[in-house]
Design a protein around this ligand. Structure first.
Ligand code: SF4
Length: 513
């Protein structure tokens, strides 16, 4: 379809408008500053440019933008996702530019963690700033362009009110956008004033029939299978959303949209894939097997976005469900492993009880370290490769909690995984320009971070050798990643030397495998 004008541009910066070479794990690099190489090379590894048509419409785009595009097109608007390099083609005549992001100012984990450790601004924030400071956007603002921003990190704008004003952002939307966006767009078209900030609470969550089906492919074939999470962890905003399962026919429709447009792999997106179709927090074997059979029928490679460790343990121990699902996954021609993000958060049952009492359910929070260990073992045995996150610096955290986390990390050594520590950053600090220098890092934090580093470096090398980037076309990327890991090993050892720390014995990992 020809495109002359676009009334509503849906876009984001390069750190988001990319498919990370088809490897979601590489997206983690977009949350860090360039280390040991120029920023341009770092960006090429983490966020290569997206292929577009001659009108600047990207081949794949972030799912949230695709959902908005579908919603607005379903309601008759001339709205398109446009690659950031092509925004200038339309900005002179557009009425609205809508932007979505995962981490506008690199204040979410793990960007904030990188920032605290390296004292350097991560590339996602740099890339977003470059985009927002384009002369063409400033000119369009003077002419009357409205800018609406949203997505999970919308709250960050409350701590960046200077940039909110400088960059001419009209409205910030926090929460699920489906209902409010149509109202905001109507206001712009009717020349009515826009609100500065909109918070969408659970009462305004859209019903399933109000959620549009994507019309063009999403990044790496991501397809939403459910929204919301019942576990209610204190540090998580997803908790505010009500639980909704997408029907299988809608999931299938979106998979087919991706495949027909040349995106043959897919990511099943949910805060906890294993709770698809569940009643409460007990997995529903029938719903999960049907979901994976459907995915196997259509997709070359299947990935999960997130799963909870408690559900992994429970699904396997009660129903042998992980083994059954992985049998389905591995029955394809192209797949011998599956990647997923999991929340490890802490090794301390005491802290788990305070901040996430339902995360271990149906097991009691006192058993949390055992739940983690068992789930890691189950994943390792079934070729599921988790990227696990853990939180450091929570206000409730004691030194004893950190020691327990370090002990749990020792027990996880034999299990193939990446473990990324993240700093909890108190909101008040974020107002400060140099907030990252005020984060208090204790010796116990350094010990936990060291253990995570050596664990992840060891297993990252194993993952690349076994599963990753096997095609000859991806050989340069593979070599670069291996060189980068060597650099990280060297840098890690030299920092340990500087701090007078005895090097951790990572050979242990090899002997217990
Ligand atoms: S389990 Fe994950 S998604 Fe659910 S509330 Fe806890 S942190 Fe949030």
């Amino acid at each position: 379809m020809e495109l002359k004008n676009v009334d509503i541009i849906l876009t984001t910066d390069r750190s988001m408008m990319t498919n990370h070479h088809g490897k979601e794990f590489l997206g983690f690099m977009a949350t860090g500053p360039p280390i040991g190489m120029p920023e341009s090379l770092w960006m090429w590894i983490a966020c290569p440019k997206m292929k577009t048509d001659r009108f600047g419409r990207p081949w794949q785009a972030p799912y949230a933008l695709r959902k908005l595009e579908a919603l607005l097109q379903d309601h008759g608007y001339n709205a398109w996702v446009i690659d950031p390099d092509y925004v200038d083609l339309y900005i002179d005549k557009a009425k609205i530019m809508m932007i979505s992001h995962h981490d506008y100012f690199a204040l979410c984990p793990p960007s904030s963690e990188w920032w605290v450790i390296t004292r350097k601004e991560p590339v996602n924030a740099r890339s977003f700033r470059r985009f927002m400071e384009k002369t063409s956007i400033r000119e369009a603002k003077k002419r009357g362009l409205k800018i609406i921003v949203g997505g999970p990190p919308a709250w960050q704008w409350l701590y960046k009110v200077d940039l909110w004003a400088n960059w001419g952002v009209d409205t910030v939307v926090e929460g699920e956008g489906e209902r409010i966006v149509l109202d905001l767009v109507r206001k712009v078209f009717d020349n009515e004033p826009l609100p500065r900030y909109v918070f969408v609470g659970p009462g305004d969550s859209p019903r399933l029939e109000e959620i549009s089906t994507i019309k063009y492919p999403s990044v790496n074939g991501l397809v939403e299978i459910m929204r919301g999470c019942p576990r209610g962890c204190k540090f998580c905003s997803v908790t505010l959303r009500s639980l909704r399962n997408m029907p299988l026919d809608i999931i299938e429709k979106e998979m087919i949209i991706n495949i027909e447009n040349g995106v043959h792999n897919g990511i099943l997106h949910s805060e906890d894939v294993l709770l698809y179709g569940a009643r409460g927090i007990k997995p529903n074997p029938e719903a999960l097997l049907k979901l994976h059979e459907l995915a196997r029928k259509h997709l070359k490679e299947i990935a999960w976005s997130h799963a909870s460790l408690a559900a992994i343990k429970n699904a396997e121990e009660e129903y042998k469900l992980i083994s059954k699902i992985m049998e389905i996954v591995k029955s394809g021609d192209n797949q011998d492993y599956l990647g997923v993000e999991v929340g490890l958060e802490t090794g301390s049952p005491k802290l788990a009880k305070k901040i996430m009492p339902a995360k271990s359910a149906p097991y009691p929070p006192e058993k949390w370290p055992q739940v983690v260990e068992d789930a890691f073992m189950i994943m390792h045995e079934n070729n599921i490769v988790p990227a696990a996150t853990l939180i450091l610096g929570l206000p409730e955290e004691s030194e004893e909690d950190l020691v327990m986390t370090a002990e749990l990390l020792d027990k996880l050594r034999p299990y193939r995984s990446l473990i990324v520590p993240m700093f909890f950053v108190p909101m008040g600090l974020l107002k400060d320009k140099d907030w990252f220098t005020s984060v208090k890092v204790k010796d116990e934090h350094i010990e936990v971070m060291r253990k995570c580093l050596w664990h992840s470096v060891y297993w990252a090398e194993d993952i690349i050798n076994r599963f990753y980037l096997k095609k000859s076309s991806t050989a340069p990327l593979r070599i670069l990643l291996k060189l980068f890991l060597r650099y990280v090993r060297w840098k890690g050892r030299s920092v340990e030397k500087k701090l007078g720390l005895k090097p951790l014995d990572i050979s242990l990992i090899q002997t217990v495998r």
